[in-house]
Write a protein that binds this ligand. Sequence first.
Ligand code: SF4
Length: 368
Amino acid sequence: MKYLDEFRDPVAAHALVEQIRDRATRQWTLMEVCGGQTHSIIRNGIDQLLDGVVEFIHGPGCPVCVTPLEVIDRALTIAARDEVIFCSFGDMLRVPGSREDLFSVRARGGDVRVVYSPLDAVRIAADNPDKEVVFFGVGFETTAPANAMSVLHAQRLGLVNFSMLVSHVLVPPAMTAILSSPTNRVQGFLAAGHVCSVMGTDQYGPLVERYRVPIVVTGFEPLDLLEGVRQAVDLLETGTPELRNAYPRAVSAAGNTVAQQTLADVFTVVDRQWRGIGMIPQSGWALSKRYAAFDAEIRFGVGHLEVSESADCHAGEVLQGMLKPNECPAFGKTCTPRNPLGATMVSSEGACAAYYHFRRLTIGAGHV
Ligand code: SF4
């Protein structure tokens, strides 16, 4: 497949692995903050190819996994209302709330629909003027521009029955929280290429300067990841904390400035709870006051809910790189993709699901 096969070439991949192995004088600890990269690393066996040279720890880069329990419970409360058509990307439907998930609400008769774009939800609102249509707007800087556009589109259409339950999160504050933690083990970061295609690489410069840690912006295919690792290991070996862009075919220093202007118009930066981690200051986006009429949290009055997380789930430690998924006592026993205890076992980007699907079942085997 053109534009993909050339980034999956096994001969080139093995050459990069050899270069990394030759360059490394010790084992280095890298963190990727993107569930797509986590799955690509595990699916392609990059962790095993670099065993003993690079330890990968998987950061809070799965949007489904870090969406706070309170927000899931708000979604469940809103979706259960008779007048509501609740629209979401499919991977949110099985994320457990305090007591149930969106599939359970749908099984009881709730109108919960899977959509492939927030604009689909706007169209559903236009087609159903007697219903309240709510879109579940979660994710990182990658999904936010389309969500912002859908709010603007609904406004242009004059729709008064469309709203959005927003829980966006931002990568740099999460990296700051990890680097500031007394338990931090991260020596270098692979930054997510798609986030940087929107926001640019410049936003990571202050992190490199403040924490003296190399950050390499990296893509998602095996050769992209190996090239990012190669550059990160090179910077670590030479003691050079630098920002590098190993994904220049998609990412620029400034990013997509048109998208950034739209985001600044529609959203405002707020403190945000991260599931399993807690409050990270200034780490999320909420709808700005200008667009409060589209805020589902206000429209349905679901600001304050009591929540209770499963005591058996250690996803917070997994998301901070303090625990490997297969070190969780529930992994593969009481917690499986079919019966997940935590969001990291549900999502197609979750680290626990990656370890389960790609058979990293034994602690120490294929150490990541
Ligand atoms: S294996 Fe299951 S219970 Fe353990 S941390 Fe992952 S999601 Fe939570």
